[in-house]
Design a protein around this ligand. Structure first.
Ligand code: KG4
Ligand code: ZN
Length: 348
C-alpha cells in the first residue's frame, strides 16, 4: 500500500491528511479560519494566505502523529496547486515542495477540482469510471463526464456565479453570516419554498449551462421589499437552486442520451453537495433515469485534504508525479478543451 500526504490550502481551510492507496484514511486534520474572516463577511485572500502559513506546518505534524507515521513512511506528497486563491495555494504547494525535497519523496501537484471529482471514489470503492459528475462548490458549478484520472469532458458550466456563491450571498443578505451554505439550509427547513416568487435562470434553455447571478439579485430585492419572512426566502431560494440544477442535468442527460456510452452513474461532489435538499433531488433524478447515485459523506464534500491525498494516490498509482519547479495556478480547468460558455466570467 502506498501512503500519500495530502495538503489543501486553496481557500479558507488549512488541511492535511494521510491516505492509503487502499482507501484507508490514516489521518485527516482540518483547521477552518472562520473567525479570522467572519468580520469581513467572506474570505479575505491575504488573511487566508497568512493563516495557512501559521497553521499548515503544525497541522501536518499533527496528522503524521495521528497516523503514527513519519515523513519517511510516506510514498509521495500531494498538494493542491490550483485553482484557488493564489496566495494560499502557493503556501501549500511550497510547503509540499520543501517536504518533498527534504525527505526525497515525489511531489504530486493536484488540481483542487480533481480532488473534488475523485473524492467519491475514496468513500465508495465500487464507483468506477465513467460517471456523470455535478461539481458544485463555492467557485464552480459544472457538469462533467469523468472518464478516468485526468480525463474530464465539461458538458456545462456557470455563465456567471457558482451555486455556492449564491448560497453565501443569500446568507449575507439574510444576515446569517459566513460561511453561508449550511446556515441557509438550516433556515430553509422552517420556511415555505413556494412563498417567494424567484426566477430559475436559464431554465429550459438549449445548452445545459447554469446562471445564478439573477437569482442572487432577486433574493436581494425580495429581502429589501420587507414583504417576506427570512425563512421563506431561504426555502424559496434553495428550491430555485434545486430546480435549476435538476433542469440543467436533465438537459445534459437528454443530450448525452444520443451518445452510445452514457455513464450509468450520477455523482455529486463539492461543498454544495453537502446540502440535503440537493442530494435528495439528485437521488430522485438518478432513479428516474435508472442511474446509480453516489454522493460522498458530508465531511468529504467541503474542502479537505483527504480528497487531495486520494487524488494524489490515484495519480501516483499511474506514475503521475510532478517536477519540483511546477507553478501554482489561480485558474486550472479540468477540461482545457472546453469552450468558454456564453457570457461566462470564466471561473475555470
Ligand atoms: O468545495 P468547497 O468547500 O470550497 C470550494 O472549493 O469552493 O465549497 C464551499 C461552498 C460554499 O459556498 C458553501 O456555502 C457551500 O459550499 N456549502 C453549502 C453547504 N455546505 C457548504 N451550500 C449549501 N448547503 C450546504 N449544506
Ligand atoms: Zn473546493
Amino acid at each position: 500500500m502506498a501512503i500519500i500526504l495530502g495538503i489543501e490550502s486553496s481557500c479558507d481551510e488549512s488541511a492535511a491528511a494521510l491516505i492509503g492507496s487502499d482507501r484507508t484514511i490514516l489521518a485527516h486534520r482540518l483547521a477552518g479560519q472562520e473567525d479570522a474572516h467572519r468580520p469581513y463577511g467572506g474570505v479575505v485572500p491575504e488573511i487566508a494566505a497568512r493563516a495557512h502559513v501559521q497553521i499548515l506546518s503544525p497541522l501536518i505534524e499533527a496528522a503524521l502523529k495521528d497516523a503514527k507515521l513519519t515523513l519517511d513512511d510516506v510514498d509521495a506528497i500531494a498538494a493542491t496547486a490550483g485553482p484557488g486563491l493564489i496566495g494560499g495555494v502557493m503556501v501549500g504547494l511550497v510547503t509540499a515542495k520543501a517536504l518533498a525535497m527534504a525527505a526525497g519523496k515525489p511531489l504530486i501537484a493536484v488540481n483542487h477540482l480533481e480532488g473534488h471529482a475523485l473524492s467519491p471514489r475514496l468513500a465508495d470503492a465500487s464507483l468506477e469510471f465513467p460517471y456523470l459528475l455535478l461539481l458544485v462548490s463555492g467557485g464552480h458549478c459544472q457538469i462533467l463526464r469523468v472518464d478516468g484520472v485526468g480525463q474530464y469532458r465539461r458538458l456545462a458550466t456557470t455563465i456567471d456565479d457558482a451555486a455556492g456563491e449564491a448560497f453565501d450571498k443569500t446568507a449575507k443578505i439574510l444576515g446569517l453570516g459566513y460561511p453561508g451554505g449550511p446556515k441557509v439550509e438550516a433556515l430553509a427547513k422552517t420556511g415555505d419554498a413556494k412563498a417567494v416568487p424567484l426566477p430559475r435562470p436559464l431554465l429550459g434553455s438549449a445548452e445545459p449551462h447554469f446562471s445564478f447571478a439573477g437569482l442572487k439579485s432577486a433574493v436581494l430585492r425580495a429581502s429589501q421589499s420587507g414583504t417576506y419572512r427570512r425563512e421563506d426566502i431561504a426555502a424559496s431560494f434553495q428550491q430555485a437552486v434545486v430546480d435549476c440544477l435538476i433542469d440543467r442535468l436533465e438537459k445534459a442527460l437528454s443530450a448525452s442520451a444520443q451518445e452510445s456510452e452514457m455513464p450509468r452513474t450520477l455523482v455529486v461532489a463539492g461543498g454544495v453537495a453537502a446540502n440535503g435538499a440537493i442530494r435528495a433531488a439528485l437521488e430522485a433524478l438518478a432513479s428516474r433515469h435508472a442511474m446509480g447515485f453516489v454522493a460522498p459523506p458530508l465531511w468529504l464534500c467541503t474542502d479537505n485534504a483527504a480528497m487531495i491525498g486520494w487524488a494524489g494516490a490515484e495519480r501516483f498509482a499511474l506514475g503521475l508525479t510532478d517536477p519540483l519547479d511546477i507553478a501554482a495556478r489561480p485558474r486550472w480547468p479540468l477540461d482545457p478543451a472546453a469552450e468558454a460558455a456564453r457570457g461566462a466570467g470564466v471561473k475555470a
